[in-house]
Design a protein around this ligand. Structure first.
Ligand SMILES: [Zn+2]
Length: 254
């Protein structure tokens, strides 16, 4: 069984806005197509930058400490493209525009080869009115196994972990089981497929869906899906295994 969690990354200073074509139905987002990104201020350079200087008033404080070249490129690509959690909240609007709300991507050495990544419980400080005063969360990727996976699988793992980060920010706590159950709903499976397709426009619908289900094997949503569509469920598990081993998709070694 493959598990996804989340943890840390450093990144250059950049203020970017991602523009999407969003389709709403009854106030609910049903599709979102990434159009382009506009950025102001100095550009990002390579990741892996740590805290040089004390930081200005407004800075992008999404960080990456990843050194593996392949993982670094894919993580930075997602940071620069951005991820939209809701029509108003994106990876960069939440974590990249407030110096008190920080997200770090890192690589880690896990004891289990089945762990793709993880999200560490956030450090949260609340104001007296229960709003967030400061929030720090770290997303980690398995430095031994992930570089051998397909690029699509690595990006899916990063997206999965960023969803943990978003839910943890929204709920002020990391609740992996509850968050996985929410990810395994129709809305979030569709959201995930869209997020993957923004990065890999030519990926098949089925493979995008397979990646969306990665790491959700312990959820009620998966049990229901498997009971309803046993053949598809088997193919999804197989596709994830092949993406994980780099047999499907584009191998990350470059
Ligand atoms: Zn997870």
């Amino acid at each position: 069984m493959l598990m996804r969690g989340g943890e840390d990354v450093g990144f250059g200073k950049q203020q970017c806005i991602d523009w999407y074509l969003v389709t709403l139905m009854n106030g609910m987002e049903i599709s979102s197509t990434y159009l382009y990104t506009t950025c102001s201020s100095s550009g990002g350079g390579g990741g892996g930058r740590s805290n040089s200087g004390s930081g200005g008033a407004n800075n992008n404080d999404i960080k990456s400490t990843i050194t593996n070249p392949c993982l670094k490129i894919l993580v930075n690509d997602i940071i620069s493209k951005g991820i939209e959690f809701t029509t108003e909240q994106t990876l960069n609007s939440i974590f990249g525009s407030n110096s008190k709300i920080n997200l770090t991507f890192a690589q880690a050495n896990y004891s289990s080869a089945d762990t793709d990544g993880s999200t560490t419980p956030p450090s949260v400080v609340l104001n007296s009115d229960q709003t967030i005063k400061s929030f720090d969360i770290t997303l980690k990727l398995n430095e031994k196994t992930m570089p051998n996976a397909a690029k699509e699988y690595i990006s899916a793992t990063v997206i999965h972990e960023t969803l943990h980060a978003y839910f943890s920010y929204r709920d002020k706590e990391l609740n992996p089981t509850g968050q996985h159950n929410e990810m395994a709903t129709d809305i979030y499976v569709a959201w995930f497929i869209n997020a993957i397709k923004n990065i890999y426009p030519t990926i098949s619908d089925f493979n995008a869906k397979a990646l969306a289900w990665g790491g959700l094997e312990d959820t009620a949503g998966w049990d229901t899906f498997r009971a309803t569509y046993p053949y598809d469920a088997g193919q999804i598990t197989l596709a994830n295994d092949e993406f994980h081993d780099g047999e499907l998709g584009t191998k990350c070694s470059n």
